[in-house]
Design a protein around this ligand. Sequence first.
Ligand code: SF4
Length: 291
Amino acid sequence: MIKEITAKTLISRVSGIDSVFGLDYGFNLYRGCQHRCIYCDSRSLCYEIENFDGDVLIKVNAIELLREELPRKRKKGIIGTGSMNDPYMPLEEQTNLTRRALETIAAYGFGVHVVTKSELVLRDIDILQKISRVSAAVSLTITTADDELSKIVEPGAPPSSSRFRAMKRLSEAGIETRLALMPALPFIEDSWDNVSAIIEQAHACGVQTVIPWFGMSMRNRQRDYFYARLDESFPGLRKRYETTYGEAYACPSPHSKDLYRRTHQLCAKLGIVTQVKPLLAPTAEELPLFD
Ligand code: SF4
């Protein structure tokens, strides 16, 4: 069900995986996500989204809050969206909330970083180009080069081929375009054949940066949901997960070391960087990721 809510605040300082993207601030316009990826961490109980797979809540006062909060920030910086839900889920086509948020960010002179699995982002190329004068980057998340597999693991999202098309159009439009190669589901997506196919296609689409993470996270309600989907689509695989990871939160691929090594080699050969520089602070240290 789609519901409207009034949020108290919108912008937060970033931490954890978001800081990997070189962000200063983050915001979410929705709660819940129509893309229904079987591995989604936002299902975890700690986020207190009661019916993650049934409801999407729209923060109807989000633009008002952005207008109040952005001018109060002492430091201009990169503001990111897309970590807790996809800002270009199908609903966005009607609400235009992400588009209006980008217009507001452009008006206040901040940079932006968008993470998405949807080519609906192409609708907003004009505003992203405007924000590019400060800093704009779009990361397309792709976990498999195989459309059929993407329809199983990300059933509500456009298939991988559509995300590659979006990458190409964005980079042709001069927007910095990145590949978020994460998660790589152990025993399903963590083969070198899959990883190298994704990187090579992304390179052909003009991607300049790859942010890899070979593994996944799992906890409470999210784990239960993921295992139930494994039982439906990959019978028998749950047992392998349980034996390998038990109750662990961080679940790296057993091949992760080899995958990082080969990813660095391939990206170096293709001229792709595998770390994100803080975009508005060129003198700051680069983030030494995944070495
Ligand atoms: S697109 Fe992102 S937020 Fe939405 S369900 Fe998939 S992983 Fe979760």
